[in-house]
Design a protein around this ligand. Structure first.
Ligand code: GLU
Length: 300
């Protein structure tokens, strides 16, 4: 049996915030306790959304928190040929199709109604590529390590875009191709991606890739009840030593790992060694959101 292979796959649209630290930490601890391999993949498929230098800032933040990765960091911006080959394979089997429709045209529908499935409506327009979510196994049933049995019909979610009209690759295809190519067999990430999983399982099956195990983590909600995210301008993680020690301890508490209080100001390596030994994903509570405790000040 191949060993544990996990990854943290940030989109470099902004530096990491406390919510992304919690995700990175859980995926790191899960891999390290299993004596597995832990990779970092920079998901920079959308260059206009990724300010230059953000990838390096993210890597420096991970290092400051002691989250050292194995193997070379992969950049999705270098993977065009692999994504193109996968798209061609899907198209050959009738599982992907070109689409000329604009969002405006189908705005009255909850999901894209599939008008171009049997032929492009306006071949003279720029074309996106979409997945035939109505073909293949349905519904998709899988077991999340935290949220347990999931059963979702991808057709209800619609024919997701795999390649955009502007030629950029979409997350759904890129993530599946790279997880497959990097032999990732354990995925730990936020619950905001739970309902993306059926498309990804469908793509894995269509591309004859094995399905990894999934653990979706509760998202962190800020005081105003909104999820901490770059869009909400959650502050970037500080990297000074005192803040790093404090926030690492808080991240372990958020993950229901009850770290010993005396470790609160301990150096990062000491906190991580204890956390790897004590890591128990069964302690996580299956909730979609977790409130940010008042004790967590995100300022340095
Ligand atoms: N790149 C995605 C994000 O930053 C995460 C992808 C994944 O873990 O599947 O939200």
């Amino acid at each position: 049996m191949p060993g544990y292979r996990g990854r943290f796959a940030p989109t470099p649209s902004g530096p990491l915030h406390f919510g992304s630290l919690v995700t990175a930490l859980a995926s790191y601890l899960d891999a390290r306790q299993a004596k597995g391999t832990w990779l970092v993949r920079i998901e920079d498929v959308d260059p206009p959304r990724c300010p230059p230098g953000t990838d390096t800032a993210i890597l420096r933040q991970l290092e400051a928190f002691g989250l050292h990765w194995d193997e070379e960091v992969r950049y999705q911006s270098t993977r065009h040929e692999a994504y193109q080959a996968a798209l061609e394979q899907l198209a050959k089997h009738g599982l992907a199709y070109p689409c000329s429709c604009s969002r405006k045209e189908w705005r009255e529908y909850a999901v894209y109604p599939g008008w171009c499935r049997n032929g492009v409506r306006h071949p003279d327009r720029p074309l996106a590529w979409r997945l035939r979510s109505d073909l293949g196994e349905r519904p998709i049933v899988w077991y999340d390590r935290l949220f347990e049995r999931q059963c979702i019909d991808p057709a209800e979610l619609g024919d997701v875009v795999l390649k955009r009209k502007d030629g950029l690759w979409a997350y759904q295809l890129a993530v599946v191709v790279d997880d497959g190519d990097q032999h990732i067999n354990q995925i730990v990430r936020g619950t905001d991606l739970l309902d993306n999983t059926p498309w990804q399982c469908q793509l894995q099956r269509a591309l004859s890739l094995p399905q990894p195990r999934y653990l979706h983590l509760p998202l962190i909600a800020a005081d105003n009840g909104q999820k901490l995210s770059k869009q909400n301008l959650a502050p970037a993680l500080p990297t000074d030593d005192a803040s790093v020690r404090r926030l690492l301890h808080e991240a372990l508490i958020i993950l229901d790992q009850t770290p010993a209080p005396f470790l609160k100001r301990a150096p990062v390596t000491e906190q991580l060694t204890a956390a790897i030994a004590a890591w128990n994903s069964d302690r996580l509570q299956p909730r979609m959101y977790r409130a940010l405790p008042r004790s967590v000040s995100l300022e340095s």
